[in-house]
Design a protein around this ligand. Structure first.
Ligand SMILES: [Zn+2]
Length: 390
């Protein structure tokens, strides 16, 4: 028996007045998601705990069975790991932005006009081999990723992730050094000539170290693979011992190729016990306050799931569908409301629920569970849990 876990990022929502008090899940065409609800067992799930709005990183950690409140150590190291930066226990990593400051060091553009990746690469090269100074000895690795985004890794003795955004004192020395190098760099002189904002400062945030977790293959004796376009989610999956599958056309944006992702999941199920299939853009639509786009993305997820249902052996596969958290399209924020969950499989009890959405799933047979209960639930269905007691 195999398991597929489909996560629509921020797919759950709150009632929207534009939809006459319904949620996007209640109005979108999603017959295949409804079929999973109808043939399986449903419920609602608090990713962390009732009323706690989770980040995608803590929520995904929870859905993979971990107590995120205990194991989470900040976003930076997970994002770095997911961006192919080597991170070891003890390293501190930050998410960074190339930004623009004026002569008074006031930030005037947090993304440096969304500088292009190859220009950022040239600037990043100039920032290697900078020393921290002021009593802190650490090896520095600075790597740009996409556009204005970058990763800073500090490696050294007794570093703490508490050298963070909230304690700028210790990172100020490095900021100043980077600024001195960047402000007169030829790339920025050219940008100034073209009237573009210079990428003359690096902003640090999300300091983090790796969480210490027992990997899924050790915990359950399984092989697991994840399909996601998001560096942060890649990092979470990597640290939990999942392999990552690259899918051409998977972008993390509205144009993502869901059929390519479906095909990849079908392929991955052949050689894995657990496959996680993550789609980001439902969350993006809510952050963009775009109701129609969110409905369209739910329909795309439905098409993806439909392709999978038609092409896997449902006698040998259980399929679970949920969201990592609620993102309200009205507030444009993650909220602490529970999310719907449906699990279908040959040996799974059913209930009377026939639709996949926030309202109806709340009446389902799984009742209300926590995020960290989901993985044991799935592992139980595929025969990978051990008896507790004699
Ligand atoms: Zn999320």
């Amino acid at each position: 028996m195999k398991a597929l876990l489909v996560i629509g990022d921020g797919m759950a929502d709150r009632p929207l007045k534009e939809l006459s008090g319904k949620t996007p899940l209640e109005v979108a065409e999603k017959s295949s998601l409804d079929r999973i609800a109808k043939d399986g067992i449903c419920g609602i799930l608090d990713p962390i705990s009732p009323g706690v709005p989770p980040g995608s990183d803590t929520a995904t950690l929870a859905l993979l069975g971990y107590d995120a409140l205990k194991s989470y150590r900040g976003r930076g190291a997970l994002e770095a790991l997911g961006s192919s930066v080597e991170i070891l226990q003890g390293d501190v990593a930050f998410r960074c932005n190339f930004a623009t400051v004026d002569e008074n060091l006031t930030v005037i553009d947090r993304r440096a006009g969304r500088i292009e990746t190859d220009e950022a690469s040239k600037l990043a090269e100039a920032l290697q081999n900078v020393r921290l100074g002021s009593g802190l000895t650490a090896e520095i690795l600075f790597k740009n990723t996409v556009q204005h985004r970058a990763i800073l890794r500090l490696r050294g003795q007794a570093l703490s992730r508490m050298i963070s955004d909230s304690d700028p004192g210790k990172t100020r020395a490095l900021t100043t050094r980077f600024h001195k190098i960047l402000k007169d760099h030829p790339v920025n002189r050219k940008r100034a000539e073209k009237g573009l904002p210079p990428a003359n400062i690096i902003l640090f945030r999300g300091a983090g170290t790796l969480p210490e977790v027992e990997p899924l293959p050790d915990r359950y004796g399984i092989k697991a693979t994840a399909i996601t376009a998001m560096p942060l989610i890649k990092g979470v999956c990597k640290i939990t011992g999942m392999k990552l599958m690259y899918v051409k056309g998977a972008t993390g944006t509205y144009d993502t190729d869901v059929i390519a992702k479906a095909k990849a999941a079908i392929e991955a199920l052949k050689s894995n016990d657990l496959v996680l299939l993550h789609v980001k853009a439902t969350d993006v639509a809510s952050h963009d306050n775009n109701i129609q786009q969110k409905i369209e993305m739910i329909t795309k997820i439905n098409r993806m799931v439909n392709h999978i249902i038609k092409n896997v052996d449902l006698d040998e596969t259980i399929i679970a569908i949920t969201a990592d958290h609620t993102t309200s399209t009205a507030t444009k924020e993650h909220e602490g409301d529970p999310v719907p969950i449906a699990i279908q499989g040959p040996n799974i009890r059913t209930d009377d629920i026939e639709e996949f959405n926030e309202r109806v799933c709340a009446k389902g047979g799984l009742c209300r569970i926590k995020g960290k209960d989901l993985m044991p639930t799935i592992m139980n269905f595929i025969g990978k849990t051990e008896k507790f007691g004699a």
